[in-house]
Design a protein around this ligand. Structure first.
Ligand code: HAM
Length: 429
């Protein structure tokens, strides 16, 4: 006797996308690809697994992601330290360096797919989630910074999203950050009595992140902290103003948020997030910014770059709130039949209908017409084709419209010769 196998469930925070949900994903992906192509962005695909040190170096040793959210393990076969990508940027930059992608010109590229972070799951926060990651490699801006933001505004408009707003900040250059950091550490030291344990631990390693705290007891301290923005020199300010001027040209509203620091260490100058109140606690739909030092940090020739990533689950959630209508039907035409000969004729007819561009399902198995019609209806098809013994003998099929609208002048049911069906349906569907 075989022992009963204990059912396996998906991992916490990792979701299945079921057939009735995937139509929305596929429609969104198609819209996104078209949108990216219209700005000259080309797709690239990087591996899900990379050397752990790529992310430790690229994202930063003392970030939440690297300290506690990465799926890292030792490959038992060769002892390599590997990590499931927690984001795309580091891997894309690695690939650009490895393949010398920037040798004759800058590159506009994007990736789409799953990324992994071991976070506490809740609405809009998963352990496997999906990003649309867009990178402009080799561009110094500020024109391209603004172009990316304008481009995002176009996508929101195309999707009919509501209540999504832009927050903008500048993180300046490393020297400006160093000066600010020193002032900030002094401020934190002065207020050491209100700092919680995590803040005390971080105040010397990553003081900027201390200001990101949600701890109410630390808000006054955070609000009165020296602002990085006040340490920016003329060039950094000019870059920021260059971005703002172009956003104004495009009629895009933004809020300057001096507290916006982002959770990854590679940023400089422009950083931004698109946020909404419609998604509960996880309201950031998209985040990005400039990272001019990353190429060099990862061993490449210095090259400026800017990009962003959209969280697809959050974008879908928001999109569905704007009542996006997606087609969840399985097919356009459902063929019902009776008897083996009719079934074989149905299969041939279906192939010719597919040649003509229709999506076709032929009923599988031999059940009565009634239950076949039930299936036809549930499939979401527009039309059912019926081939019974009489139709087969006459070389015809009955065409039945399953979804008639008011005022529809099409005959609800008629009989057509097999070889006329594809053309006739084309003109009527
Ligand atoms: P990020 O802010 O870490 O940036 O992630 C970008 C977006 O991914 C977030 O705004 C959010 O929508 C989504 N996201 C993040 N964590 C989760 C999660 N646990 N579950 C669901 N969605 C999530 C980056 O990853 C940078 N690489 C963006 C970038 C590209 N900067 C420059 N180029």
């Amino acid at each position: 006797m075989t022992q009963q196998f204990e059912k396996v469930r998906a991992l916490t925070g990792m979701k299945d996308v079921l057939p009735h949900e995937s139509a929305a994903w596929e429609t969104l992906e198609a819209i996104v690809r078209e949108w990216l192509a219209s700005y000259g962005y080309r797709n690239m695909r990087t591996p899900v697994l990379e050397h752990t040190r790529l992310f430790a170096r690229g994202i930063g040793e003392v970030t939440d992601i690297v300290e506690k959210e990465m799926y890292s393990f030792r490959d038992a076969l060769n002892d390599d330290h590997l990590t499931m990508r927690p984001e795309f940027t580091a891997g894309m930059v690695r690939a650009a360096i490895e393949h010398n992608l920037l040798y004759d010109r800058p590159q506009r590229v994007y990736c789409m797919g799953p990324v992994f972070r071991h976070e506490r799951p809740q609405r809009g926060r998963y352990r496997q989630f999906h990003q649309i990651d867009v990178e402009a490699l080799g561009f110094a801006g500020p024109d391209v910074d603004a172009e990316l933001i304008v481009m995002l505004a176009r996508l929101w408009k195309r999707l009919g999203l509501q209540d999504i707003r832009l927050e903008l900040n500048s993180l300046g250059q490393p020297a400006e950050r160093a000066a600010h950091r020193q002032a900030l550490v002094e401020h934190l030291e002065k207020h050491i009595d209100v700092l919680d344990e995590e803040a005390r631990r971080r105040m010397h390693t990553n003081p900027l992140r201390v200001l990101d705290t949600k701890n109410p007891a630390m808000q006054d301290m955070a609000n009165s902290a020296p602002r990085l923005f006040d340490f920016l020199g003329a060039e950094s300010l000019a870059h920021f103003e260059g971005v703002c001027a172009r956003l104004q040209d495009a009629g895009i509203e933004y809020t300057l948020n001096p507290r916006l620091v982002r959770g990854l260490d590679y940023y400089n100058l422009t950083v931004f997030e698109w946020v909404t109140d419609r998604l509960g606690a996880q309201g950031t739909v998209c985040g990005g910014g400039r990272y001019d030092g990353l190429m060099e940090l990862l061993g490449g020739k210095p090259a400026p770059a800017v990009g962003f990533a959209i969280g697809m689950e959050r974008l879908l959630d928001l999109w569905q709130q704007s009542e996006a209508e997606t087609d969840t039907s399985e097919c356009d035409i459902y063929v019902v039949h009776q008897g083996e000969d009719a079934q074989r004729r149905a299969a041939i007819l279906a192939e010719s209908l597919r040649d003509a561009g229709h999506r076709v399902l032929v009923h599988a198995g031999s059940t009565g017409f009634k239950s076949q019609f039930k299936r036809a209806d549930a499939s979401g098809a527009t039309v059912a084709l019926i081939i019974g013994p009489d139709e087969l003998a006459a070389g015809q099929a009955s065409v039945k419209w399953l979804r008639m609208e008011e005022g529809d002048t099409r005959p609800q049911q008629e009989t057509l010769p097999f070889d006329a069906i594809a053309e006739t349906l084309k003109t009527r569907m």
